[in-house]
Design a protein. Sequence first.
Length: 135
Amino acid sequence: MESTERHTTEHPASGYERTDLSVRAIAAFAGTLVITTALTLVLMGWLLGYFVRLEIRADAPVSPLAKTLPPTPEPRLQADPGRDLQEMRATEDAMLDEYAWVDRRDGTVRIPITRAMELLAERGLPVRNDEAATP
């Protein structure tokens, strides 16, 4: 039978087996990785700057009238939204429950919704004349 022992030409007291791992190859790989990463970062920075300049050139020029607009007002926040909702509903209810002129010149009047429903129940919906509808 053959011996399965491994014979090396290195001295056994050297500390590690020099035939399995090349420190030079690992250092070359790490150096290449660092250089490639640095080069990629530089190229991406240049490309980003190029795209920003391209976008600025593609934007439409600002209208001279845009500078004459008044400043935007500060946000108006509701101090009491519940009260505001009650006031809005009260205004809507008043419109539904009161008589008022819509257009005095044309004689258009707003009537309470309950009265409008009573009139609609008494008179019915208007019926369209079929003879007038056909050409």
